[in-house]
Design a binder for this molecule. Structure first.
Ligand code: SF4
Length: 238
């Protein structure tokens, strides 16, 4: 072991205390996650689902239509759609080609029309005309995956069954280093592990709002971001 330097009087010379690098929390440490949740809550206290709807069925239809489409566009289509076909029964009785024309502007209209009519028919036959309230039952409907089921269960029924992982949540969760995964199902599992269940619904809405307003895909507005001090994203705008 190297001897410590001594003064002329033979005393051990005091050593300079090494400067510690500032300790910034990273990854999914609980204190950091709590900080992120706190900032999101402060920034978006009233964030809610942007899809206009009056009941669980309308929300299910709007969510199916929102795939690869903006909520704004969906909200332009659905008022007339629900005026023409007010009930699940009306949708179940539709010919696919007819519905396709009604929802054409939302894109992928053939698949969406097929899924919506399929959902309506299954709900009529298997669930007495009421949108089912469990994840398992919703996943049994045509064209319904976990994201859609989480939207319906969280927003229409107030049930925290998971975290909605859409394109915004997918992007921001990675930027915030809350996950390293890329597949939505795996990202959701990571988020469910680190975020308290009672926050799942609000967290989903807040992340989606954040993605629309500040954490944009191409040019995130980091200078205005309330999460700037806890975000070390590689693609962060300076
Ligand atoms: S600092 Fe920038 S990259 Fe990080 S969350 Fe905010 S807007 Fe997104």
């Amino acid at each position: 072991m190297k001897a410590k330097p001594k003064t002329r009087a033979g005393r051990t010379r005091p050593q300079p205390v090494p400067q510690r690098a500032p300790r910034r929390l990273r990854g999914t440490q609980p204190a950091r996650v709590a900080g992120i949740l706190k900032r999101l809550q402060a920034a978006y206290p009233h964030a809610k689902c942007a899809l206009v709807h009056r009941n669980a069925w309308q929300l299910l239809v709007a969510t199916i239509l929102s795939a690869q489409c903006t909520d704004t566009r969906v909200n332009m289509v659905t008022p007339e759609l629900f005026r023409k076909y007010p009930t699940i029964h009306d949708f179940a009785a539709l010919h696919q080609e007819v519905l396709e024309q009604d929802i054409r502007s939302t894109g992928f209209f053939r698949n969406k029309a097929k899924a919506i009519i399929g959902c309506a028919r299954k709900i009529m036959t298997d669930f007495l005309g009421r949108v089912p309230e469990t994840m398992e039952q919703l996943l049994g409907l045509p064209g319904v995956a976990r994201k859609t089921a989480n939207v319906v269960l969280g927003t229409a029924f107030g049930m925290a069954t998971g975290v909605v992982v859409d394109t915004h949540v997918q992007r921001i969760a990675r930027r915030l280093d809350l996950t390293k995964q890329e597949a939505p199902e795996k990202i959701e599992q990571d988020l469910m592990r680190i975020i308290p269940q009672e926050k799942w619904i609000d967290f989903s809405h807040q992340m989606i709002w954040h993605g629309r307003q500040l954490c944009l895909a191409r040019r995130p507005r980091c200078g205005q971001c309330p999460l700037d001090d806890v975000c070390y994203a590689a693609d962060k705008a300076t």
